[in-house]
Write a protein that binds this ligand. Structure first.
Ligand code: PAF
Length: 287
């Protein structure tokens, strides 16, 4: 696996592959890699000739509530995992390389859909994500980029950015990889104590219960959300939001919307956990 820490070294390698008409698939990450990330890389390998992974803990997408310094960094283990799945290139830039200046710079302006849910709780988060992803896309010039669906809203905003700003890149979203008890794999699970780790799967159980109840015919989404919030509070979570939305634009569903997603964000101790379940319901007209 080739490791590039400078933009110049990365660009030289990318140009070389392009001159050989190789296709490139890209998996952007912030490191602390788990089976979910590796599934993205494995899938990327089936889609292109060369696989590029980036590890960059992007300071511009953190807000005060989450400590940038405390974000888990496990570089050696990450490199071994990427070697094991035959990643072709790891891009490992420093903050200085990515952002020679952090003030008075051009950034991506995100649409209003970036201000709800995660965007409402984490001000400026999606502008930070979109800007770094745009920079990485320009550097790596991939044909395909692969993201996890655990960050449902992030994936939606990346897709919209790619469409609106005419990036010639296919965006692939892959299902969330879960632990045996249902907890969505996440780098942030590292913040959980042993006791919290046991409780943490309660989040998936609670949103999956909402899915089941909707599939059985309930459509009083507000009640379902409130019940789930209360149940989670009883289990020791501090819920941020539990919302039933439509998949297409994350707005509140109308009675005839069939493609739904339940999105959740909760605090458990020092960890802010997010999860979602996307599913479809059929509305039968018995009239
Ligand atoms: O999903 C992540 O890990 C990050 O938001 C991303 C896409 C790598 C941008 O920093």
């Amino acid at each position: 696996m080739k490791i590039c820490t400078s933009k110049q070294a990365l660009r030289t390698q990318i140009k070389h592959w392009q001159s050989q008409h190789k296709t490139i698939a890209f998996v952007p990450t912030m490191g602390n890699l788990h089976a979910g990330h590796i599934a993205l890389v494995e899938h990327a390998k089936t889609l292109a000739d060369k696989i590029v992974v980036s590890i960059f803990v992007n300071p511009t997408q953190f807000d005060k509530a989450e400590d940038l310094q405390a974000y888990p960094r496990t570089m050696q283990a990450d490199q071994q995992k990427l070697e094991a799945v035959q990643t072709d290139l790891l891009f490992l830039p420093s903050v200085e390389v990515m952002y020679p200046s952090l003030t008075d710079v051009c950034t991506v302006q995100v649409p209003a859909s970036a201000n709800i849910l995660e965007g409402a709780s984490r001000k400026g988060h999606f502008a930070g994500v979109a800007t770094v992803v745009a920079k990485l896309f320009n550097l790596v010039q991939p044909n395909i980029a692969v993201f996890g669906q655990k960050d449902f809203q992030q994936l939606m905003i990346v897709r919209q950015m790619v469409a609106d700003l005419d990036f010639d890149i296919d965006i692939i979203g892959l299902p969330t990889v879960r632990e045996a008890d249902g907890l969505a794999m996440s780098s942030r699970n590292a913040y959980l104590s042993e006791d919290e780790r046991v409780k943490a799967s309660g989040l998936f159980r609670e949103i999956d219960k909402i899915r089941q109840l909707i599939e059985w015919g309930r459509s009083d989404y507000l009640n379902l959300q409130n019940e789930a919030m209360r149940n989670l509070e009883k289990q020791g979570f501090v819920p941020d939001y539990i919302e039933v939305r439509r998949q297409q634009d994350l707005q509140i569903p109308n009675s005839d919307d069939g493609e739904l997603v339940i999105l959740a964000a909760v605090w458990l101790g020092k960890a802010r956990l997010i999860d979602n379940i996307a599913f479809e319901i059929n509305h039968f007209d018995y009239s």
